[in-house]
Design a protein. Structure first.
Lengths: 270, 419
C-alpha cells in the first residue's frame, strides 16, 4: 500500500547491446530506488535481504513427492544468482512461488520483508507488479501492442503517475537501444523482443527480477549479449536477479550459483 | 499517453475486428428488430384508430362490424351486400344523425379503390379526427364523371387535374371484373395527404357510379352498343354499400341510436373506434408471438456474444496471464472482459436503434404507398433508452462466463511455452 515517494536518478548509461558480439557498456542509467510506506506490505531496510525463503515446500496436487524443498535462502540487494538443476527439479516452480503465482505447501517467501503469500487477492498482484519483474523464455510480450505499450502495460500497475509513463518508457527504450517504440512487438526480431522483455521487467524498478530460461529461445551467439543486457539492466536499477538456466556457459557470469535438486538448494562454486 | 484498461479492451476488440463486427451486427439486428416491433405495434394501433376519423357509426349490410369497418373505411375489399338508396333515405330520416355520408364501393382504377359518394364526404367527414379535407390542386367533384384523387393514388398513377380515366368494375384484386370503357372520368382535384387509407382511393359522385351499373344492367338486357344516361337509372340501380354517420357530441343519444340500430337485424352497425380496438385485441395475440420471437432473437444475440468472447478467451489466455504477472488483479481482468461485452452491447444497442429507425421509415413508406395508411414507428425517448439499456444488460450477462474464465485463468499454466 506504500506510495512511491522518490526516484533517484544517477548517472547515465550508454545504449546497450547495440550489435551482437560487441561488448556492452556498463548500464547505469535509471537507478530508481523506490521507498514505500512501512506497514503491512513492505518494511524496507537497506540491510534486509531482498528475498528470503524459509522452509519452503511445494507439492503438486495428487503427488507424493515434493517438487520444491528449500530450507533457507537469502538473496541480498543487487545480488545475481543463477539457478540450475535437471529438468523437472522445480526451478520454474520456485520462481513462481517467489512471484506469488503459486502458493507453497508450507514455508514462507519474503520479498523486501513482506510475506508474499500472506498477501491476498489484488494486494499480492499489486505487490508483484511493483516489486517483482519477470522475464520468460518466450518473452511473453503482448502481441497486438506496440513496443512502448508493452512497457506501459507494466507501468500501469505501478504507482508511477500515468503522466510520467511515457518519459519513463522512452528513457528505458533509449538506454536499451530500442528505437522503434511504435512497432508492433510481433514484427520485431527475436533479439529486439528480448530487449523489450527486459525493458518491461525493469520498468517498475522492481526489487528482484526473476528470469526463467531467458536465453533459451536465442542462438548461442546472442545468448551472452542477451544475458549481459539483463544483468546490466538489473545492476543499473539495483535489483537482485534470480536466473534459471540450463546453459552452463552462462553460469560463470553470476556471482552465485545454486543448484536445485530433490534434496533442496545446494550452493556451488562459480 | 499511458496505457489504460480502455486501450487494452479496444485493442483486443480491434485485433478480432471481424468477429467483433459480426457480433455487434447480430446484437444490432436483434435490438433493432425488438425496437421496430414494439414501435410498430404502438404506431399501428394509433394509425388504425386515426383512420376511422370522426365517424361514430358505420352502417352496412356486411356480415359483421369488423368486416364492415375494414371494407368500408380501410378498403380491404368491396362490400358484398348493397343498400338501396331509398332505404338509406328512410334510415336517415328516422334517426337524429348530425350528418351522414352514403358510400358506394365496388369499382377500381388500376388497383386503387374508387368510392362513389356525395359532397358530404368532403364537407362533414373528417378523415382523421379534427382534420378536414383539403385539396392539393383543383376542386371537389361537382357533377357526374368527375373524380377527385387521393394523394397516394395520384402519386402511384401519376394523375393530375385534367387527366381522363376509365374505371374497372369490381374491387382491386377481385375476380370477374370488367372495364367501364364507355365512361371517361375527368380528374378535377387531387387531395392533400391525410395519412389514412383514404389517400389511396379515388372519389366520384354516386350518380356516376349508378349510371355505370345501370349501363351494365341494360347491356345484359339489350346487348352492346347502347348509350346510358342519368335518365336510364332506376331505383334498383341506386345502391350504396355503407353509411358513415355521426350523432355529434350527444353521447347519450349515440348510445341510444346504437342500441336501436343494433336491435334491427337488417343492419350491421359498427362503432369504428371500438371495432379497431377489438381488432388489435385479436392481433395482440400474434403480436405477442412476434414479441416472443424478438426476445428469442435478443437472447440468441446474447449467446453469440458469449460464443465470440468465449472463443476469444483461448487466444487471450496468455495475454491475461501476462497482465496478471505484471500486476493485474483477477477482478481487473474480469472487468476487462465484461467491459468488452458491455461495449459490444452498447454499440449493438445504438446501431440497432439506428437500424430500427431506418427500417421504420422504409416500412412506413411501403405501407403508405401500398395500403395508404401512415404508420410512423416511434417510441418515447425513454422507450428507446430502455431497449438500449436492456441490450447492454443482456450483453453484460452474456459476458459473465468469459469474464469468469478470465478471472480463473491459471497464470502459470497459461505461460508455459507452447510445444
Amino acid at each position: 500500500m506504500g506510495n512511491l515517494k522518490e526516484f533517484h536518478r544517477t548517472n547515465t548509461f550508454e545504449k546497450a547491446w547495440q550489435r551482437p558480439g560487441v561488448p556492452i557498456s556498463i548500464l547505469a542509467d535509471l537507478v530508481i530506488v523506490p521507498s514505500y510506506d512501512s506497514g503491512q506490505i513492505v518494511n524496507m531496510q537497506s540491510t534486509q535481504p531482498v528475498v528470503e525463503l524459509k522452509a519452503l515446500r511445494y507439492r503438486y496436487p495428487r503427488s507424493e513427492h515434493l517438487a520444491v524443498s528449500v530450507e533457507a535462502v537469502c538473496i541480498e540487494p543487487a545480488e545475481q544468482l543463477v539457478l540450475t538443476g535437471h529438468s523437472g527439479c522445480g526451478k520454474s516452480t520456485l520462481l513462481h512461488l517467489i512471484a506469488g503465482l503459486m502458493d507453497p505447501t508450507s514455508g514462507t517467501v519474503k520479498v523486501r520483508g513482506t510475506d508474499v503469500h500472506a498477501l491476498r487477492g489484488s494486494k499480492r498482484d499489486r505487490f508483484r507488479g511493483q516489486h517483482i519483474g519477470m522475464v520468460f523464455q518466450t518473452f511473453q510480450l503482448l502481441h497486438g501492442f506496440t513496443v512502448i505499450e508493452n512497457i506501459f502495460a507494466s507501468l500501469m500497475f505501478s504507482e508511477l503517475s500515468p503522466s510520467a509513463h511515457r518519459d519513463r518508457a522512452m528513457g528505458l527504450l533509449e538506454t536499451l537501444g530500442i528505437d522503434t517504440p511504435d512497432a508492433l512487438v510481433q514484427d520485431l526480431s527475436i533479439g529486439q523482443q528480448q530487449r523489450v522483455a527486459v525493458a518491461r521487467a525493469v520498468a517498475c524498478s522492481p526489487s528482484v527480477v526473476l528470469a526463467d530460461e531467458p536465453t533459451a529461445a536465442l542462438d548461442p551467439e546472442f545468448s551472452i549479449a542477451a544475458m549481459d543486457l539483463l544483468q546490466e539492466a538489473c545492476r543499473s536499477i539495483g535489483a537482485a536477479l534470480i536466473c534459471v538456466t540450463h546453459d552452463t556457459a552462462l553460469i560463470e557470469r553470476f556471482g552465485r550459483h545454486e543448484r536445485l535438486s530433490h534434496l533442496g538448494l545446494e550452493r556451488s562454486q562459480v | 499517453m499511458a496505457l489504460s484498461d480502455w486501450n487494452i479492451v479496444t485493442r483486443s476488440m480491434r485485433s478480432r475486428w471481424f468477429s467483433t463486427a459480426l457480433t455487434i451486427l447480430t446484437v444490432a439486428i436483434a435490438s433493432g428488430l425488438m425496437t421496430l416491433l414494439i414501435s410498430m405495434r404502438s404506431a399501428g394501433e394509433d394509425s388504425f384508430r386515426r383512420g376511422t376519423g370522426n365517424v361514430q357509426v358505420l352502417i352496412s349490410k356486411e356480415a359483421g362490424p369488423l368486416v364492415s369497418v375494414l371494407n368500408s373505411m380501410f378498403y380491404a375489399d368491396a362490400p358484398g351486400n348493397p343498400i338501396l338508396f331509398s332505404d338509406y333515405e328512410q334510415l336517415v330520416s328516422s334517426y337524429p344523425f348530425a350528418w351522414t355520408v352514403p358510400t358506394q364501393l365496388g369499382d377500381s382504377y388500376q388497383g386503387s379503390p374508387v368510392m362513389g359518394t356525395t359532397g358530404a364526404f368532403f364537407e362533414s367527414f373528417e378523415p382523421a379526427m379534427g382534420q378536414r379535407w383539403s385539396l392539393a390542386s383543383g376542386a371537389y367533384f361537382d357533377s357526374p364523371f368527375e373524380a377527385v384523387v387521393g394523394s397516394a393514388a395520384a402519386k402511384i398513377h401519376g394523375l393530375k387535374v385534367g387527366d381522363s380515366i376509365t374505371l374497372e368494375h369490381g374491387a382491386p384484386r377481385a375476380m370477374g371484373g370488367h372495364d367501364h370503357n364507355q365512361f371517361a372520368f375527368t380528374v378535377v382535384g387531387v387531395l392533400d395527404p391525410t395519412a389514412t387509407a383514404h389517400d389511396r382511393a379515388l372519389f366520384t359522385s354516386l350518380e356516376s357510379s349508378w349510371i355505370l351499373h345501370a349501363h351494365d344492367r341494360r347491356e345484359s338486357q339489350l346487348g352492346h352498343g347502347i348509350t346510358t344516361t342519368d335518365a336510364d337509372v332506376m331505383d334498383a340501380d341506386r345502391k350504396i354499400t355503407g353509411i358513415y354517420a355521426s350523432i355529434g357530441s350527444r353521447k347519450a343519444a349515440l348510445v341510444q341510436v346504437l342500441g336501436m340500430l343494433r336491435s334491427d337485424p337488417n343492419w350491421t352497425v359498427a362503432s369504428p373506434a371500438s371495432t379497431v380496438g377489438s381488432l388489435f385485441t385479436i392481433v395482440s395475440n400474434i403480436d405477442q408471438v412476434l414479441l416472443a420471437m424478438a426476445i428469442a432473437v435478443m437472447c440468441s444475440s446474447g449467446i453469440s456474444i458469449l460464443v465470440a468472447l468465449y472463443n476469444s478467451m483461448e487466444q487471450r489466455r496468455r495475454q491475461i496471464a501476462v497482465l496478471r504477472v505484471l500486476g493485474a488483479s483477477k477482478m481487473r481482468v474480469f472487468n476487462l472482459v465484461l467491459t468488452e461485452s458491455a461495449i459490444i452491447g452498447t454499440l449493438g444497442g445504438f446501431a440497432g436503434l439506428g437500424l430500427a429507425i431506418i427500417a421504420g421509415k422504409v416500412v412506413s413508406g411501403i405501407l403508405h404507398a401500398r395500403v395508404g395508411i401512415v404508420i410512423e414507428p416511434t417510441l418515447p425517448i425513454d422507450g428507446y433508452l430502455t431497449i438500449v439499456l436492456a441490450t447492454i444488460a443482456l450483453s453484460c450477462i452474456a459476458g459473465v462466463i468469459p469474464a469468469l474464465i478470465a478471472y480463473r485463468t491459471e497464470v502459470v499454466r497459461s505461460l508455459r511455452p507452447i510445444g
